[in-house]
Design a protein around this ligand. Structure first.
Ligand SMILES: [Zn+2]
Length: 261
Protein backbone atom coordinates (compact mmCIF):
# COMPACT_ATOMS: atom_id res chain seq x y z
CA UNK A 1 0.00 0.00 0.00
CA UNK A 2 1.37 3.40 -0.94
CA UNK A 3 1.50 6.19 1.66
CA UNK A 4 -1.19 8.04 -0.29
CA UNK A 5 -3.69 5.21 -0.46
CA UNK A 6 -3.66 4.91 3.32
CA UNK A 7 -5.25 8.36 3.63
CA UNK A 8 -8.02 7.78 1.08
CA UNK A 9 -11.39 7.67 2.79
CA UNK A 10 -14.44 5.95 1.49
CA UNK A 11 -17.26 8.48 1.55
CA UNK A 12 -19.97 5.84 1.59
CA UNK A 13 -19.22 5.28 5.26
CA UNK A 14 -19.53 8.96 6.09
CA UNK A 15 -22.43 10.68 7.77
CA UNK A 16 -21.65 14.28 6.81
CA UNK A 17 -23.78 14.60 3.70
CA UNK A 18 -25.30 17.79 2.43
CA UNK A 19 -28.16 18.61 0.04
CA UNK A 20 -27.90 21.15 -2.81
CA UNK A 21 -30.34 23.37 -0.89
CA UNK A 22 -28.15 23.28 2.23
CA UNK A 23 -25.09 24.00 0.06
CA UNK A 24 -26.93 27.00 -1.45
CA UNK A 25 -27.80 28.33 2.02
CA UNK A 26 -24.17 28.01 3.14
CA UNK A 27 -22.97 29.82 0.01
CA UNK A 28 -25.45 32.66 0.56
CA UNK A 29 -24.41 33.01 4.22
CA UNK A 30 -20.66 32.91 3.49
CA UNK A 31 -18.60 35.98 2.65
CA UNK A 32 -15.26 34.55 1.59
CA UNK A 33 -15.83 31.46 -0.55
CA UNK A 34 -12.89 29.73 -2.23
CA UNK A 35 -13.32 26.90 -4.74
CA UNK A 36 -10.73 24.30 -5.65
CA UNK A 37 -11.22 22.15 -8.76
CA UNK A 38 -9.62 19.05 -10.25
CA UNK A 39 -9.95 16.86 -13.34
CA UNK A 40 -13.48 15.72 -12.40
CA UNK A 41 -14.96 19.14 -13.22
CA UNK A 42 -13.71 18.85 -16.81
CA UNK A 43 -14.40 15.22 -17.65
CA UNK A 44 -18.10 16.10 -18.15
CA UNK A 45 -16.99 18.68 -20.72
CA UNK A 46 -15.16 15.96 -22.64
CA UNK A 47 -11.60 16.73 -21.53
CA UNK A 48 -10.00 13.31 -21.39
CA UNK A 49 -8.40 12.44 -18.10
CA UNK A 50 -4.76 12.27 -19.23
CA UNK A 51 -4.14 9.04 -17.41
CA UNK A 52 -7.56 7.41 -17.73
CA UNK A 53 -8.38 4.60 -20.18
CA UNK A 54 -9.35 7.14 -22.85
CA UNK A 55 -6.67 9.68 -21.95
CA UNK A 56 -4.47 11.30 -24.53
CA UNK A 57 -1.44 9.59 -23.08
CA UNK A 58 -3.00 6.22 -23.83
CA UNK A 59 -4.88 6.78 -27.09
CA UNK A 60 -2.09 8.71 -28.77
CA UNK A 61 0.70 6.94 -26.92
CA UNK A 62 2.31 10.02 -25.48
CA UNK A 63 4.77 9.48 -22.69
CA UNK A 64 3.95 12.07 -20.00
CA UNK A 65 7.39 11.63 -18.46
CA UNK A 66 8.87 12.97 -21.71
CA UNK A 67 6.13 15.32 -22.88
CA UNK A 68 6.05 17.33 -19.65
CA UNK A 69 9.69 17.02 -18.65
CA UNK A 70 11.37 20.42 -18.73
CA UNK A 71 14.83 19.10 -19.65
CA UNK A 72 13.40 16.98 -22.46
CA UNK A 73 11.42 20.00 -23.67
CA UNK A 74 14.49 22.24 -23.76
CA UNK A 75 16.42 19.53 -25.60
CA UNK A 76 13.64 18.74 -28.09
CA UNK A 77 10.29 20.57 -27.80
CA UNK A 78 8.67 18.71 -30.70
CA UNK A 79 7.03 15.86 -28.69
CA UNK A 80 5.45 18.43 -26.37
CA UNK A 81 4.08 20.44 -29.31
CA UNK A 82 2.76 17.25 -30.97
CA UNK A 83 0.84 16.58 -27.75
CA UNK A 84 -0.23 20.23 -27.53
CA UNK A 85 -1.72 20.23 -31.03
CA UNK A 86 -3.77 17.15 -30.13
CA UNK A 87 -4.79 18.62 -26.77
CA UNK A 88 -5.85 21.94 -28.29
CA UNK A 89 -7.87 20.16 -30.98
CA UNK A 90 -9.78 18.41 -28.16
CA UNK A 91 -10.20 21.67 -26.24
CA UNK A 92 -11.56 23.30 -29.42
CA UNK A 93 -14.52 20.92 -29.42
CA UNK A 94 -15.59 21.37 -25.79
CA UNK A 95 -17.34 24.00 -23.74
CA UNK A 96 -17.19 24.85 -20.02
CA UNK A 97 -19.59 22.73 -17.95
CA UNK A 98 -22.57 23.77 -15.85
CA UNK A 99 -20.25 23.78 -12.83
CA UNK A 100 -17.60 25.98 -14.53
CA UNK A 101 -20.39 28.42 -15.45
CA UNK A 102 -21.88 28.29 -11.95
CA UNK A 103 -18.51 29.27 -10.43
CA UNK A 104 -18.12 32.14 -12.93
CA UNK A 105 -21.61 33.44 -12.02
CA UNK A 106 -20.84 33.07 -8.32
CA UNK A 107 -17.73 35.26 -8.80
CA UNK A 108 -19.67 37.87 -10.81
CA UNK A 109 -22.28 37.99 -8.02
CA UNK A 110 -19.48 38.77 -5.57
CA UNK A 111 -19.98 35.47 -3.73
CA UNK A 112 -16.70 33.79 -4.74
CA UNK A 113 -13.16 35.04 -4.05
CA UNK A 114 -11.25 32.77 -6.41
CA UNK A 115 -10.93 29.38 -8.06
CA UNK A 116 -7.82 27.33 -7.37
CA UNK A 117 -7.52 24.72 -10.11
CA UNK A 118 -5.26 21.79 -10.86
CA UNK A 119 -6.45 21.69 -14.48
CA UNK A 120 -4.50 23.04 -17.45
CA UNK A 121 -7.55 23.25 -19.75
CA UNK A 122 -8.39 26.92 -18.92
CA UNK A 123 -12.15 26.15 -18.97
CA UNK A 124 -12.62 28.42 -15.92
CA UNK A 125 -11.26 31.39 -17.87
CA UNK A 126 -13.41 30.48 -20.87
CA UNK A 127 -16.48 30.33 -18.59
CA UNK A 128 -15.70 33.89 -17.45
CA UNK A 129 -13.92 33.34 -14.13
CA UNK A 130 -11.36 36.11 -13.61
CA UNK A 131 -9.59 35.24 -10.38
CA UNK A 132 -8.15 31.83 -11.30
CA UNK A 133 -5.07 30.39 -9.58
CA UNK A 134 -3.81 27.58 -11.84
CA UNK A 135 -1.37 25.74 -9.59
CA UNK A 136 -0.25 23.47 -12.44
CA UNK A 137 -0.30 26.39 -14.86
CA UNK A 138 -2.32 26.32 -18.07
CA UNK A 139 -2.28 27.25 -21.75
CA UNK A 140 -4.04 30.58 -21.19
CA UNK A 141 -0.74 32.48 -21.31
CA UNK A 142 2.67 31.63 -22.74
CA UNK A 143 6.05 33.29 -22.94
CA UNK A 144 9.32 33.42 -24.84
CA UNK A 145 12.06 31.66 -22.88
CA UNK A 146 14.67 34.11 -24.20
CA UNK A 147 13.15 37.63 -24.01
CA UNK A 148 10.11 36.91 -21.82
CA UNK A 149 7.55 38.22 -24.32
CA UNK A 150 4.13 37.15 -23.00
CA UNK A 151 1.38 36.06 -25.36
CA UNK A 152 -2.31 35.38 -24.87
CA UNK A 153 -3.95 32.12 -25.84
CA UNK A 154 -5.04 33.15 -29.34
CA UNK A 155 -1.53 34.29 -30.30
CA UNK A 156 -0.08 31.07 -28.90
CA UNK A 157 -2.62 28.95 -30.77
CA UNK A 158 -1.92 30.76 -34.05
CA UNK A 159 1.82 30.11 -33.65
CA UNK A 160 1.29 26.43 -32.77
CA UNK A 161 -0.82 26.00 -35.90
CA UNK A 162 1.72 27.79 -38.09
CA UNK A 163 4.91 25.99 -37.04
CA UNK A 164 6.02 22.59 -35.79
CA UNK A 165 7.68 24.38 -32.87
CA UNK A 166 6.62 28.01 -32.26
CA UNK A 167 9.24 30.70 -31.83
CA UNK A 168 9.14 34.30 -30.63
CA UNK A 169 8.27 36.92 -33.29
CA UNK A 170 10.71 39.36 -31.63
CA UNK A 171 13.84 37.31 -30.89
CA UNK A 172 13.19 33.81 -32.33
CA UNK A 173 13.48 32.28 -28.83
CA UNK A 174 11.58 29.11 -27.92
CA UNK A 175 8.01 29.69 -26.72
CA UNK A 176 6.62 27.75 -23.75
CA UNK A 177 3.07 27.90 -22.42
CA UNK A 178 2.72 28.59 -18.69
CA UNK A 179 1.97 24.92 -17.97
CA UNK A 180 3.95 23.54 -15.02
CA UNK A 181 6.29 20.79 -16.23
CA UNK A 182 7.89 18.06 -14.16
CA UNK A 183 10.98 19.68 -12.70
CA UNK A 184 9.26 23.08 -12.32
CA UNK A 185 7.70 24.62 -9.21
CA UNK A 186 3.93 24.77 -8.93
CA UNK A 187 2.44 28.26 -9.24
CA UNK A 188 0.53 30.40 -6.80
CA UNK A 189 0.56 27.99 -3.84
CA UNK A 190 1.30 30.79 -1.33
CA UNK A 191 -1.59 32.86 -2.67
CA UNK A 192 -3.86 29.80 -2.77
CA UNK A 193 -2.93 28.87 0.82
CA UNK A 194 -3.63 32.45 1.99
CA UNK A 195 -7.03 32.44 0.29
CA UNK A 196 -7.92 29.07 1.80
CA UNK A 197 -6.89 29.98 5.36
CA UNK A 198 -8.91 33.23 5.16
CA UNK A 199 -11.98 31.61 3.58
CA UNK A 200 -15.21 31.11 5.49
CA UNK A 201 -16.40 28.37 3.11
CA UNK A 202 -14.43 26.12 0.78
CA UNK A 203 -15.71 24.06 -2.14
CA UNK A 204 -13.60 21.13 -3.41
CA UNK A 205 -14.96 19.98 -6.76
CA UNK A 206 -13.92 17.03 -8.91
CA UNK A 207 -10.66 16.33 -7.13
CA UNK A 208 -9.72 13.12 -5.36
CA UNK A 209 -7.10 15.15 -3.46
CA UNK A 210 -4.21 12.85 -4.25
CA UNK A 211 -1.95 15.20 -6.26
CA UNK A 212 0.27 17.26 -3.98
CA UNK A 213 0.91 20.01 -3.03
CA UNK A 214 -2.56 21.21 -4.13
CA UNK A 215 -4.18 18.31 -2.26
CA UNK A 216 -2.89 19.75 1.02
CA UNK A 217 -5.02 22.92 0.68
CA UNK A 218 -8.39 21.71 2.10
CA UNK A 219 -6.68 20.64 5.33
CA UNK A 220 -5.53 24.27 5.78
CA UNK A 221 -9.12 25.55 5.78
CA UNK A 222 -10.43 26.90 9.09
CA UNK A 223 -13.98 26.82 7.78
CA UNK A 224 -16.56 24.33 6.51
CA UNK A 225 -15.37 22.36 3.47
CA UNK A 226 -17.87 20.93 0.98
CA UNK A 227 -16.39 18.17 -1.21
CA UNK A 228 -18.30 17.14 -4.33
CA UNK A 229 -16.54 14.31 -6.17
CA UNK A 230 -17.30 10.96 -7.73
CA UNK A 231 -15.33 8.36 -5.75
CA UNK A 232 -13.06 8.38 -2.74
CA UNK A 233 -11.30 11.53 -1.59
CA UNK A 234 -8.06 11.98 0.37
CA UNK A 235 -9.57 14.16 3.10
CA UNK A 236 -10.39 12.90 6.59
CA UNK A 237 -13.95 13.25 7.84
CA UNK A 238 -14.56 16.02 10.37
CA UNK A 239 -17.34 18.03 11.97
CA UNK A 240 -17.08 20.82 9.39
CA UNK A 241 -16.52 18.59 6.38
CA UNK A 242 -19.31 17.61 4.02
CA UNK A 243 -19.03 14.98 1.29
CA UNK A 244 -21.23 14.63 -1.77
CA UNK A 245 -20.70 11.66 -4.11
CA UNK A 246 -22.90 12.93 -6.94
CA UNK A 247 -22.64 14.25 -10.47
CA UNK A 248 -21.15 17.76 -10.21
CA UNK A 249 -23.28 19.36 -12.91
CA UNK A 250 -26.56 17.94 -11.59
CA UNK A 251 -25.67 19.04 -8.06
CA UNK A 252 -24.72 22.61 -9.00
CA UNK A 253 -27.62 22.99 -11.41
CA UNK A 254 -29.84 22.55 -8.33
CA UNK A 255 -27.62 24.75 -6.13
CA UNK A 256 -27.76 27.53 -8.76
CA UNK A 257 -31.55 27.26 -9.01
CA UNK A 258 -31.88 27.41 -5.20
CA UNK A 259 -29.65 30.54 -5.15
CA UNK A 260 -31.52 32.03 -8.13
CA UNK A 261 -28.25 32.76 -9.96
ZN1 LIG B 1 11.55 36.53 -27.51
Amino acid sequence: MSPLSSCIYNKTSMQSRITPQECAQMLIAAERVVAMTGAGISTAAGVPDFRGPKGLYVTRRYDPETVFDIDAFLHDPEPFYDFTRDFLSVVDTIEPTVTHQFLARLEREGELRCVVTQNIDFLHQRAGSENVISVHGDYWTSRCLRCGLESDFQAFKDRVEAATVPHCPDCDGLIKPDVVFFGEAVKGMDQAAAEVTEADLMLVLGSSLTVYPAASLPAMARCPVIVVNRGPVGLAPGPDRFFVDEDLDEFFQTVGAAMKI
